[in-house]
Design a protein. Structure first.
Length: 580
C-alpha cells in the first residue's frame, strides 16, 4: 500500500492505494480515502498530514504483513504432549455470542447483578448455559465441564450455577420483557399475529411435588410433568412463555400469559392463533374484545349435527377470489378428464365455504376448507396404519390392547361371537371397515373459527403457520434435550426453561440470518463441529471442514474463522466483534 495525493486547483486529497491483479492484469485500487489536506490539517491539530499519512500506511503494511506471515510450527515425534493440557476448543459459540450481545443479555445480567449485589459473574453463567444448551445440551453439572471447551473460559464455579438459577427464576418476567424490547433493535417483530401452544416435559422421578404433577403426558411417559405455554410471533420468533403445574388444564394457561404480554410488552392489538385444544369459549371471548381477535382450528367431527351436515355437504364450495361454486364430489371426475397440468392445478387448490354462527352469545365465522391433496394425504396415512394393524393381527395379536386416537390398533375389531351368534372358542380379530368408512367421510376437510372479517385466503395462510410453534417445541425437546428434567426445586426448573427459551430465540434469529437455508440439525451439528487446535503463542488452527454452511455463516456475521490459522491477535479482535 502507498500514498497517493490527488491535486486539484483548490485542494489536495490523500488516498491509500494498492496494486492488485484482476484477471492477470495489474490494477491500482483505492483502499481508503483519508481526506483533503486542509481537513486533515484541522483534524491533526497542525501535524503535517503527509507525514501522518506515511506513518499510517506503514502501520497498515506492517499489519498486512503480519496477517500474511506464514506460521511454522515444529512438532517432535519423540516428545509427549503435556499432561492434562487442553488443546482443542469449540469456536461455534462465537456466532451465538454475537446475537446474545446484540440482544443485550449481558446488560440484563448487569442490571440483575446490581439489584441483588451478588459477587459471581451472572453473565458468564447465563451465556454458557445458553451456548451449551444449543451446542452441548446436558445437565448443569455436565454443562459446567463442557463450557470449558469454548475458547473463552467460563468465569464461575459449579455451585454458583445453582445460585444463579434461583436468581434467574425470580427475574424471568423481567428477562422476557427486556428481551422483547432489545430484540426490536435486532430484528423486526411481527406482533400482528401471535401463535400460542402448550406442551409438557417429564421428570425422571416417581413422586409428584411442587409444580411437578401427574397429567396427560405428550411423551406418553408415566412420570410427573410440568407444562410450558409458549407465545410465538408471526415470524416464528418466541415471544413469551410460562411454566405451570403438570395437572393444570392447558386451556387456563393462555389468558394469564396473554395478560402479561399486554401489560409488560405493551402490545395490545393482535390476533391469537391456536389449535382446537386451547380454543375454549372463555379464551375466544377474551380475544373478542378491544383490539384483539382469534383464529382457531375447529374439529369438524365435534360440530353440532346441523353444522356438520352443512360442512360435509358436497355443494356450495368456492375458490378464493372467485364467485363460481363447485360440487366437490365431481372433482375427481374433473381430474380424470383434464390434462396432466390441470390435474395438478385441481389437486393443489383449496376450496372453502363459510358462515357466521352464534354460540352462547359469541359471533364467530366458521370456515371449512377442502383439498384433494389433503384428502389423499390422510388416506395414505390411514392405509399405512391399516396395513400395520393387519400385520399385528397376522403375527402377534397379543399386542392388541387399549390404544390412543391415532394408534393403528384402533382399526382392529375384536369379536367373541361367531356369525351364528354362538360364543367363539377364541377371540377373533379383524379390520373394522365401519370405522374406516366413518373416518373417510372427513378426509380432506379442515375447519377454522375466527371473529375476523378478513379474506378467507389470508386467514388460512395465518393458520397454516401454526406448524412453526410445534417445531419450536420439537427443537427444545429433541435438539436442546430440554427433557427429561433432572432438577427438583421449582425455581431451578423455571430457570432451566428460561435458558431454553433464550436459547430458542437466539437459534431462531440465527436461522433467519442464514435465510432459513439450512435445517436445524445441519446448523447445530456444524456449530458443534467447529473445533480449533490451539498453537501456543501463535493462534488457533481450524480443524473443521469448510462447507457451504460455514461460508454462509461467516458471510452473515462479517467475521471469519476459516483461515488456515487464526492468529491470537485476530481471535481477540473476533471476541471484541462478537461482544459489541
Amino acid at each position: 500500500m502507498r500514498l497517493k495525493i490527488s491535486r486539484s486547483k483548490n485542494s489536495a486529497s490523500l488516498y491509500v492505494t494498492k496494486t492488485v491483479y484482476i484477471d492477470k492484469k495489474e490494477r491500482t485500487i483505492t483502499v481508503e480515502k483519508l481526506g483533503t489536506y486542509n481537513e486533515l490539517l484541522k483534524k491533526l491539530n497542525g501535524q503535517d498530514p503527509i507525514e501522518w499519512a506515511k506513518k499510517y500506511i506503514e502501520e497498515l503494511n506492517n499489519k498486512e504483513k503480519e496477517e500474511k506471515r506464514e506460521v511454522l510450527v515444529k512438532y517432535s515425534p519423540s516428545k509427549f504432549i503435556p499432561k492434562d493440557e487442553q488443546r482443542s476448543f469449540n469456536g461455534g459459540y462465537l456466532f451465538l455470542q454475537k446475537i446474545y450481545h446484540e440482544l443485550g443479555l449481558h446488560k440484563i445480567c448487569n442490571q440483575i447483578t446490581k439489584k441483588y449485589k451478588f459477587d459471581f459473574d451472572l453473565d458468564s453463567i447465563l451465556s454458557r448455559l445458553v451456548y451449551s444448551r444449543i451446542i452441548f445440551p446436558a445437565s448443569k453439572l455436565a454443562t459446567y465441564e463442557l463450557s470449558k471447551k469454548f475458547i473463552e473460559k467460563p468465569n464461575f464455579d459449579l455451585h454458583q450455577i445453582y445460585r444463579a438459577l434461583e436468581i434467574l427464576a425470580k427475574e424471568t418476567d423481567f428477562i422476557q420483557s427486556s428481551l422483547y424490547e432489545n430484540s426490536l433493535k435486532v430484528s423486526k417483530r411481527n406482533t400482528r399475529v401471535l401463535y400460542y401452544d402448550c406442551t409438557n416435559y417429564f421428570f425422571e422421578i416417581e413422586e409428584e411435588n411442587g409444580i411437578k404433577r401427574y397429567g396427560p403426558s405428550k411423551d406418553h411417559k408415566p412420570n410427573p410433568i410440568v407444562q410450558m405455554g409458549l407465545f410465538m410471533d408471526g415470524d416464528g420468533i418466541p415471544l413469551a412463555f410460562s411454566i405451570n403445574k403438570g395437572n393444570m388444564n392447558e386451556q387456563l394457561t393462555l389468558k394469564p400469559l396473554e395478560k402479561k404480554i399486554i401489560s409488560d410488552f405493551e402490545i395490545s392489538k393482535f390476533i391469537v392463533c391456536t389449535d382446537a385444544g386451547l380454543a375454549s369459549e372463555a379464551n375466544r371471548k377474551f380475544n373478542n374484545k378491544d383490539d384483539r381477535a382469534f383464529i382457531t382450528t375447529q374439529s369438524i367431527k365435534k360440530l353440532k349435527d346441523h353444522l356438520k351436515k352443512w360442512a360435509l355437504s358436497t355443494d356450495g364450495w368456492k375458490l378464493p377470489y372467485s364467485k363460481k361454486k363447485y360440487d366437490i364430489s365431481k372433482l375427481d371426475e374433473m381430474i380424470d378428464k383434464d390434462s396432466t397440468e390441470d390435474k395438478t392445478k385441481i389437486r393443489e387448490k383449496v376450496f372453502y365455504k363459510e358462515r357466521w354462527i352464534n354460540e352462547n352469545g359469541l359471533e364467530q365465522r366458521l370456515i371449512v376448507t377442502y383439498s384433494i391433496k389433503y384428502r389423499d394425504y390422510q388416506r395414505e396415512i390411514r392405509n399405512s396404519q391399516i396395513q400395520r394393524a393387519q400385520r399385528i393381527i397376522d403375527t402377534n395379536p397379543t399386542k392388541i390392547n387399549k390404544c390412543n386416537a391415532n394408534d393403528c390398533k384402533r382399526f382392529i375389531k375384536k369379536t367373541s361371537i361367531t356369525p351364528d351368534g354362538e360364543i367363539a372358542g377364541k377371540e377373533i380379530y379383524n379390520i373394522d371397515s365401519v370405522l374406516i368408512q366413518r373416518e373417510e367421510a372427513f378426509d380432506g376437510f379442515y375447519g377454522v373459527c375466527t371473529n375476523l372479517e378478513d379474506d378467507v385466503s389470508e386467514i388460512i395462510k395465518i393458520n397454516l403457520r401454526r406448524w412453526e410453534i410445534e417445531e419450536c417445541f420439537r427443537i427444545m425437546k429433541s435438539e436442546f434435550k430440554a427433557r427429561p428434567v433432572y432438577l427438583s426445586n421449582d425455581d431451578r426448573i423455571e430457570a432451566h426453561f428460561t435458558t431454553c427459551f433464550i436459547s430458542l430465540i437466539i437459534y431462531r434469529l440465527l436461522e433467519k440470518r442464514l435465510k432459513e437455508e439450512f435445517t436445524c440439525h445441519e446448523i447445530i451439528s456444524a456449530l458443534r463441529s467447529m473445533e480449533f487446535l490451539e498453537v501456543k503463542g501463535e493462534g488457533y488452527v481450524p480443524i473443521y471442514t469448510r462447507t457451504d454452511f460455514t461460508d454462509a455463516l461467516h458471510d452473515a456475521f462479517s467475521f471469519r474463522t476459516d483461515y488456515q490459522i487464526v492468529s491470537t491477535k485476530m481471535m481477540k479482535k473476533i471476541f471484541k466483534e462478537t461482544k459489541k
